[in-house]
Design a protein around this ligand. Structure first.
Ligand SMILES: [Zn+2]
Length: 297
């Protein structure tokens, strides 16, 4: 009996130890990526997003608390493809020596032709659901490397999330196939949705390129106004991370109305369930886009 009691106490204390184990501290550079990491990492991971909800990663300025968080991190996850121009310096100044996982590894990047300057890569690969499955695989490999004891826990979480992504992809395909091909044109504030466009056959036009850093050129705005009129586009979108001024100006010039807010490079804040995780963000965007395109009919 005494032996049994000792065994019982031992079991209890062991389970308490594993229950109270400190989660890994990992960094994701922006809110959408943080959501992917949370889905794979579950309870075993505490994810800190450097750029928060509704914020613009293209022009982010790191803070001293980012340096501290990276210095203490067990792993750092980035998008890559030139999205986080500030990350390298931030990592160097933090002294962090751990792994930096580029979650777009193995994604086929979209190259943006740039007549005046060298071609650049389009970093917004997360708007393609098949690409997100690659992100999830890279995150899974990273977490299994830094925490091999919980490898099967992470692969189980990844599988559940991949199934949700698969259902989401089927839903998006089904929604958008109802839009006739000649109506598949959308105006957005910056060029963030081309991966979505390529997957589902939609043309996205915008006055600004793949980064929000540059001011729009006058010629680009004039050309866009012409395209809106020519294609009789009735709806223009604003984005949660961009100044709505330019979209409002285009709306005033062309008579096209503002069709709502698309979430391009960041989730909504947690108190706004509209796009507080990737799955709801995609459902929200696709619903808005479909409504706008159907209005052309
Ligand atoms: Zn962007």
């Amino acid at each position: 009996m005494k032996k049994l009691l000792t065994l019982l106490i031992l079991c209890l204390s062991l389970s308490t130890v594993s229950y109270a184990a400190t989660p890994l501290k990992v960094i994701a550079t922006f809110s959408i990526l943080a959501d992917f990491v949370k889905n794979v990492g579950g309870d075993h991971v505490q994810v800190i997003s450097i750029v928060g909800p509704d914020s613009d990663s293209h022009v982010y300025e790191p803070t001293p608390s980012d340096v501290k968080n990276i210095a203490e991190a067990d792993m750092v996850f980035i998008n890559g493809l030139g999205f986080e121009g500030w990350i390298e310096r931030l990592i160097t100044s933090s002294g962090y020596k751990g792994d930096v996982i580029t979650t777009t590894d193995s994604v086929t990047p979209r190259l943006v032709k740039n007549p005046a300057e060298p071609d650049i890569l389009d970093p917004h690969a997360w708007h393609s659901i098949p690409n997100v499955k690659i992100y999830v695989q890279n995150i899974l490999k990273g977490l299994q490397k830094v925490d091999p004891q919980n490898a099967s826990y992470y692969s189980n979480n990844a599988k559940i999330y991949m199934d949700q992504l698969e259902s989401l992809d089927l839903w998006v395909q089904n929604e958008l196939k109802q839009v006739p091909p000649c109506h598949r044109k959308i105006i957005t504030a910056h060029d963030a949705f081309a991966y979505l466009g390529k997957n589902y056959g939609i043309t996205f036009l915008s006055p600004v390129g793949v980064s929000t850093e540059a001011e729009p050129r006058v010629q680009s705005v004039v050309k866009l106004i012409h395209q809106i009129k020519q294609h009789r586009i009735k709806t223009i979108f604003v984005e949660n991370i961009s100044n709505p001024r330019l979209s409002e100006q285009l709306s005033a010039e062309t008579g096209a109305k503002i069709g709502g807010t698309l979430y391009s490079d960041a989730l909504s804040s947690p108190d706004n369930p509209e796009a507080s995780d990737y799955l709801s963000m995609m459902r929200h965007n696709v619903t808005l886009l479909k409504t706008a395109m159907m209005e052309l009919i």
